[in-house]
Design a protein around this ligand. Structure first.
Ligand code: CTP
Ligand code: MG
Length: 229
């Protein structure tokens, strides 16, 4: 396969506040990272690069070995950086030379269905990047200094998920450009677009929500069906 997936797991999980890196927090006997990798290994074969928190490379390698039952994938672990963008850049440096399509995926979206990974990979081509996204369900307001300033037309908005997929060379060029300029972007699609790239959106899924807060972790535990702590 000429597709690779970079699973970024190097964050500290400040908002979760679990006392350990978020990727290593348990959901029903498996770590967040392991759940994410179970989705990755249920998708079509592709190179897998796990970006681990410094000092937790072995835990990440163990999760990779446990998820990779038939050892059928090219897979490796690299250490992440201070920001998500730096962590993705570390993963990009580990791509096999033949890779043409790169998916970037948050380990924190631990329950992302394999079908979403396959759908993104299938929609990327040499011209466009692809993100999965969901319609926004909340009623949104523009607020300034505690005052409601105006309505927001939510039909124009979508909530971005991962994996986000891109053609390799333009993505690498966009990352080099952002690093040179010192620009920080909120996600890979924004970074890719800032370099002039076109990004399309395909339907995301509710199971691909990001585990950010303790309530999200509770929700994930409920979906997996394990006992509540
Ligand atoms: N991530 C990363 N390297 C960083 C920061 C984030 O690899 N320096 C990864 C996280 O591990 C996560 C994904 O990017 O899988 C999305 O980030 P987020 O949900 O913000 O995770 P954290 O940064 O760990 O959480 P927080 O912002 O609450 O500290
Ligand atoms: Mg973060």
């Amino acid at each position: 396969s000429t597709t690779a997936i970079i699973v970024v797991a190097a964050g500290s999980g400040t908002r979760l506040g679990a006392g350990a890196p978020k990727a290593l927090v348990d959901i029903d006997g498996r770590t967040v990272l392991r759940h994410a990798l179970d989705g990755v290994f249920a998708a079509a074969p592709m190179q897998v690069v796990v970006v681990a928190p410094a000092g937790f490379e072995q835990a990440a390698a163990d999760a990779l070995l446990d998820a990779d039952r038939d050892r059928g994938r090219r897979a490796s672990v690299v250490v992440g950086g201070e920001t998500r963008q730096e962590s993705v850049a570390a993963g990009l440096a580990a791509l096999h030379p033949e890779i043409e399509v790169v998916l970037v995926h948050d380990a924190a979206r631990a329950l992302t269905p394999a079908s979403q990974i396959d759908a993104v990979a299938g929609a990327v081509n040499s011209e466009v990047g692809v993100i999965p996204a969901l319609p926004v369900v909340d009623t949104l307001k523009q607020v300034s200094g505690g005052e409601v300033v105006g309505p927001v037309d939510r039909s124009l908005l979508a909530a971005a998920q991962t994996p986000q997929g891109f053609p390799r060379q333009p993505l690498l060029a966009a990352y080099e450009r952002a690093a040179r300029a010192g620009d920080e972007h909120t996600d890979d699609a924004a970074l890719f677009a800032a370099a002039g790239g076109t990004v399309r959106s395909i339907p995301g899924s509710e199971r691909a929500f990001k585990i950010t807060t303790p309530a999200d972790l509770e929700h994930a535990r409920m979906l997996v069906g394990g006992p509540m702590p």
